[in-house]
Design a protein around this ligand. Structure first.
Ligand SMILES: C[S@@+](CC[C@H](N)C(=O)[O-])C[C@H]1O[C@@H](n2cnc3c(N)ncnc32)[C@H](O)[C@@H]1O
Length: 200
């Protein structure tokens, strides 16, 4: 990141308390696309992410933060507003939830299996330590899935989501879902796909 972007990040960090979703988006969009991830890490003070731990179950995907541009596509494609509650399945330190919250005002709940990541989680988001496979899903209106796992584990998660009898959207990044009769594809941009269930 060049000095100009670093200054923009420091300014956004200094004004964190006064930003509205609209002013935060304006500040973010002023940053060149290639610098947005480094900019966000600096705004959030995320320069010390713990390494992956042995708690990660076999077949599950290690921590890798979702790109800012994919998260922008989700916010717009899913039409997330402050009335939503966003649940991140495999939330890491809560980076994705933090930017969605700043862009929309929507509160977030994250589930993360690796306790070092939960211990380092950003204070503004609610990150809970659990294996998603072993819990009832938190109540939300938008579920984020940045490929935390695939195969039978993903199918068990989809079965839980299929049983939800209120309107929900499911935002997938780099995670193609095979056709589900209970889901409609609402938006697709690059590797991002947003689905809605039929409980409307
Ligand atoms: C690709 S990263 C995505 C991180 C986060 N969503 C983001 O975009 O910043 C996948 C995350 O899912 C977590 N994870 C994988 N399997 C999990 C499981 N069974 N239960 C809870 N978290 C899991 C990993 O530890 C990792 O932090």
């Amino acid at each position: 990141m060049n000095d100009a972007c670093a200054r923009m990040a420091d300014e956004a960090r200094a004004h964190a308390g006064t930003h509205t979703p609209s002013t935060f988006r304006t500040a973010l969009l002023a940053v060149p696309g290639a610098d947005r991830d480094a900019w966000l890490d600096r705004v959030l003070g995320l320069d010390d992410i713990p390494a992956d731990s042995s708690e990660l179950p076999a077949g599950c995907v290690p921590y890798l933060p979702c790109s800012v541009d994919a998260l922008l596509a989700i916010v717009d494609g899913a039409g997330i507003t402050s009335d939503d509650v966003v649940v991140d399945i495999g939330a890491g330190v809560g980076r994705a939830l933090a930017i969605v919250q700043r862009l929309t005002g929507a509160p977030g709940i994250g589930i993360e299996v690796q306790s070092p990541l939960v211990a380092r989680a950003l204070v503004e988001v609610d990150i809970r330590h659990a294996d998603v496979d072993a819990i009832e899903l938190p109540v939300g209106s938008v579920y984020l899935l940045y490929c935390p796992f695939s195969g039978a584990r993903l199918q068990r998660l989809l079965d839980k989501l299929a049983a939800v009898d209120r309107p929900i959207r499911i935002a997938c990044i780099d995670l193609p879902l095979s056709a589900c009769h209970w889901l409609t594809l609402c938006a697709e941009v690059g590797g991002v796909a947003v689905y809605a269930n039929h409980a409307r």
